[in-house]
Design a protein around this ligand. Sequence first.
Ligand code: A5A
Ligand code: ZN
Length: 477
Amino acid sequence: MDDEAGSLPAKNDFSAWYNDILWRAEVMDVRYPVKGLYVWYPHGFALRRAVYQLLRDLLDTDHQETLFPLLIPKTEFMKEKEHIKGFEEEVYWVTHGGLTELDIPLALRPTSETAIYPMYSLWIRSHADLPLKLYQIVNTFRYETKHTRPLIRLREITSFKEAHTVHATWDEAEAQVRTAVSLYTTFYRRLCVPVIISRRPDWDKFPGADYTIATDTVMPDGRTLQIGTVHHLGDHFSRTFSITYEDANGEQQYAYQTCYGISERSIAAVISVHGDDRGLVLPSDLAPVQVVIVPIIVGKRGDEVLAHAAACEAELQAAGLRVRTDARNLRPGAKYYHWEMRGVPLRIEIGPRDIDAGTVMAVTRLGEKQGIARNGLSGTVRELLDAFSETLRQRAEERMKASIHAVSSIDGAKEAVATGVAVVPWCGEEACAGELERLTDASVLGTDVRSPHVAEREAPCIICGKTGRPALLGRSY
Ligand code: A5A
Ligand code: ZN
């Protein structure tokens, strides 16, 4: 990749910046010749691995990982009425095996309810089998007709984490919804990405769910991105797929289910929320390279500097950090540019004068520069990395706060959705939401808003004047 070919557009031109940074920072290559399908560069894939490792670590405490087939027989896929209605326009079908037409067409999973639940029906016999909590991380296919975008709206979602749980009662399933929401909140906290939790309006819930709780973040252009959803499925699927258990009295009961999903949109959020005019900015837990060491070779002490750099690298590596030494024969400035683009949180520069003084120069990706002692290097570096992530978290939270505005007029709402989200009193009637959406050219995202920046209080509906509660209004991806 040629670092010098032009430069990254400024981030305030967000769409141009986003498209450009993906190849300049070697995250995704968009040149694959199928619309909506993209290729992970190794650097992007390493970022994906770190993000999904955090997700796995959170899930593994209380779920088991599994793997189901990609292909779903049409007969199973068509069983749940609402679910088909929601997905029929998005499904890719496999109709042939070689030249032979298949007796039963096979769907490429757009999500895996109809692959997993027929097996759950076989696996679950008694209350002792519950709760059951499984997840898988797989690719799924959706024939999206809205504008496709790398990491954001894909036709092959490459990194679809879907969890599917089964419970004895509706209330237990509801408790699992709360657990999942808090799990996702923790996940996004580790990614330093602020989120707003809300309950989607009924017309926007997952096809086949009782209700849907969504996690949104606000992108730099003020549009919202749904980066995770948790669905209470009630007994819709258990009735369709006969998922029953024998209760303590020996009677057969239908089970209650939840499912929840996260995709590589989580990575789009990390890139978009933290990146700047010079490239990626990655929280230290996620960075494929956490520390880059740049030896400053001037005069005759080149070998000595390289030996010092190697010793520092070995020490940091032994402390469990992901370190690289960039000893290429390039100007230091070119190296800084290269690693800043790729989001490395901390750069360590070592030159002859540092060796004499027993120090190294540490520069964070936000440009804070300080000399630190060579003694105790790995401990100090860890502190700097932690502080760096905390700064990113706070900075992102402040921006999120600044992009949310409580309003009480249509003009106020229009103004708010131009740069972020409006919090609008709404009575809950679909007709009022439709009118509000028409007047503001935005969408009602949800109610029951959970965010430190949104107060839950009653006020007259912005359209009809009846009692209303805060609803989120925004332009979404
Ligand atoms: N079975 C449940 C979990 C499900 O499919 N839910 S979902 O349809 O809401 O998808 C889960 C999450 O995947 C969404 O919240 C969204 O963040 C992400 N997602 C959905 N469609 C996507 C697409 N075409 N490209 C990238 N991410 C997508
Ligand atoms: Zn109203």
